[in-house]
Design a protein around this ligand. Structure first.
Ligand code: ACO
Length: 335
């Protein structure tokens, strides 16, 4: 192909089968189903079993995506795992996925951009293909947020869940695939969403663990205000860069953090509810895994057709934001 774009040739996802409902949580912390649903839209979430790590969820999602792309693991050139909950501080989770699936010739690395990680990873992977360095890139968003959430802190433990989604990126017909992207960050406000312990600043020590520093801490109100602004502005910018008007947008797959944040973006983009995919009621916020799991479900439900303009938009720790417009490149029968 002389002139080409980069598109998704295969997609897959995996969530653990263990369900934790809001009523289950109300037995652990001072909360209620009613509070959680009204403030967030979340009804239940999936939690990984004790012996499951992020690499395990990511491996299952990756194998599903490879099957969908009709590729063998040894054909993959690069694996990027977007995660804030890697198996270990080192090595990367991507290297463990590489071993698990047998992607013997792939380079592999992790990428941390908070909940925006999947969008960052898609754009990174696509540019390796655009530059002619690689042909087949496996991009995974995999998380076990349950491992870094304080199950005694009602401000955070009700929000998150575990899961993984994966896409294979390859060259596709020009004008399809990724047609625009926008990434940004605001490091000034990094403390609004942070896991302070376990890194070089506050290494794991008896004192840091006693102070619960190894758990997520969040200023929910500040993150909420930032999220509404970031989702709206980034979406508009990505559409402008794609030379699209609001009415050209066919479908929105937003980061699944809070239904009120999604609704404000939907209204700004003047989209009816049926053109926005929402599954946070079932899974909560799975950070980097939210968008690929939602996109996979939307495709399997036949909500996206070849030629549709699909916007992915996310925000997260960093603070970061990012969006990309995909012109869906697969025929329905390929899915
Ligand atoms: N159950 C009952 N009450 C609760 C709970 C709970 N689970 N959690 C907090 N409350 C209380 C608070 O203590 C507070 O009580 P107070 O008024 O006596 O102090 C009250 O409810 C209201 O708290 P607010 O913070 O005003 O509630 P708000 O309407 O803002 O909703 C929420 C809180 C859901 C966290 C919201 O701010 C939000 O969604 N923020 C964005 C969070 C987010 O998206 N984070 C993920 C980022 S992505 C990443 O990179 C991981």
């Amino acid at each position: 192909m002389k002139n080409f774009s980069v598109g998704i040739s295969g997609i897959g996802s995996y969530v653990p089968d263990k369900v934790v409902t809001n009523d289950d949580l109300s037995k652990m912390v001072d909360t209620s189903h009613e509070w959680i649903v009204t403030r967030t839209g979340i009804e239940e979430r999936r939690i990984a079993y004790q012996d499951m790590a992020t690499s395990d969820l990511s491996t299952s999602a990756a194998l599903n995506a490879l099957e969908d792309a009709n590729l063998k693991p040894e054909e993959i050139d690069l694996i990027i795992v977007a995660t804030v909950t890697s198996d270990y501080a080192l090595p990367s989770t991507a290297c463990i996925v590489q071993k698990n699936i047998g992607a013997v010739k792939a380079a592999a690395f992790d990428l941390n951009a908070g909940c925006t990680g999947f969008v960052y990873a898609m754009i990174t992977g696509a540019n390796f293909i655009k530059a002619g360095i690689y042909k087949k890139v496996l991009v995974i968003g995999g998380e076990t947020l349950s491992r870094i959430v304080n199950w005694r802190d009602r401000n955070t433990c009700v929000l998150f869940g575990d899961g993984a989604g994966a896409c294979v990126l390859e060259a596709c017909e020009e004008g399809y695939g990724i047609i625009s992207s926008e990434l940004g960050s605001d490091g000034d406000n990094y403390e609004f969403l942070i896991q302070p312990g376990g890194g070089s600043k506050e290494p794991a020590r008896i004192e840091s663990i006693a102070k619960d520093l190894h758990y997520i801490q969040m200023d929910g109100r500040e993150v909420f205000k930032f999220a509404v602004r970031a989702m709206e502005n980034s979406s508009i910018r990505a559409l402008e860069l794609a030379n699209l008007d609001l009415e050209d947008l066919d479908f929105l797959v937003p980061h699944q953090a809070n239904i009120r944040i999604i609704d404000s973006a939907r209204k700004k983009l003047k989209l009816p509810e049926e053109k926005v995919y929402v599954n946070l009621n079932k899974y909560g916020n799975m950070s980097s895994a939210s968008i690929p799991v939602a996109l996979d479900e939307a495709i399997k439900k036949g909500k996206i057709k070849k030629g549709d303009n699909v916007l992915l938009v996310a925000f997260g720790a960093g603070l970061t934001w990012g969006s990309l417009v995909l012109r869906w490149n697969k025929e329905d029968e390929d899915v």
